[in-house]
Design a protein around this ligand. Structure first.
Ligand SMILES: Nc1ncnc2c1ncn2[C@@H]1O[C@H](COP(=O)(O)OP(=O)(O)OP(=O)(O)O)[C@@H](O)[C@H]1O
Ligand SMILES: [Mg+2]
Length: 198
């Protein structure tokens, strides 16, 4: 347990399998008696739930969207992530600041350096120490999202840009890429193997 990362994020494009794997991973931690918490962005706090509603129910400018995601994250970091880390819980988060860099930066063209600066302010020096990037082809993800009746479905061309962005981000040493094409159980095993080696 000692020296294991305490703030862990699952990242990847829409439908890559983040929620599925984040849940499985947190259950795994619970099964080995590690205190942990499953949380998410956006919508990981009461304020965040309202922000998510605004985002889902309205067509907003990309700048407005960015600031709403950052407001959600600012609240989430201070209300959920920080206090739980201080209580020695492992925080497993479905998405993190890297979603903003990948979607609003690489996907929608907002300056990535500027987004990193904003993230320093929003995250209050608290960044994921381990990121599982579930890499997946946009074509398959769009099919999966359609099957699931997702409220807002992104285009394949947009998700391609987001995926490339994630792959650039994955040069950071905190990132581990896992193959989203594998079946749910095998992917979970791969994630646990990475965790066990840390
Ligand atoms: N490895 C997998 N193989 C096949 N289907 C999968 C796999 N992982 C998840 N799925 C299915 O794909 C759909 C999307 O999975 P999930 O909700 O976990 O993705 P997500 O990355 O959280 O999506 P979103 O970004 O929209 O929240 C679900 O119906 C899920 O059951
Ligand atoms: Mg999800």
């Amino acid at each position: 347990m000692k020296d294991k990362p305490q703030y862990i994020a699952f990242e990847g494009i829409d439908g890559a399998g983040k929620t599925t794997q984040a849940k499985l991973f947190q259950s795994f931690l619970a099964s080995i008696n590690i205190k942990s918490l499953l949380t998410k962005e956006p919508g990981g706090t009461p304020v965040g739930i309202k922000i998510k509603e605004i985002l889902l129910e309205n067509k907003v400018y990309k700048e407005t969207e960015l600031l709403l995601f950052l407001a959600d994250r600012s609240q989430h970091i201070r209300e959920v992530v920080k206090p739980n880390i201080e209580k020695n819980f492992i925080v497993v988060s479905d998405r993190s600041l890297y979603s903003t860099i990948a979607y609003q930066g690489f996907g929608k063209g907002i300056d990535v350096k500027f987004l990193h600066k904003l993230s320093s302010f929003t995250n209050n020096k608290l960044f994921p120490q381990l990121v599982f990037l579930i890499d997946m082809q946009p074509e398959v993800c769009v099919m999966r999202c359609k099957k699931r009746d997702k409220e807002k479905s992104e285009s394949i061309s947009f998700l391609k840009k987001v995926r490339e962005g994630y792959l650039k981000l994955s040069e950071k040493k905190t990132f581990f890429i896992v193959d989203g094409q594998k079946d749910i159980a095998t992917l979970h095993e791969d994630i646990v193997k990475i965790w066990n080696k840390l």
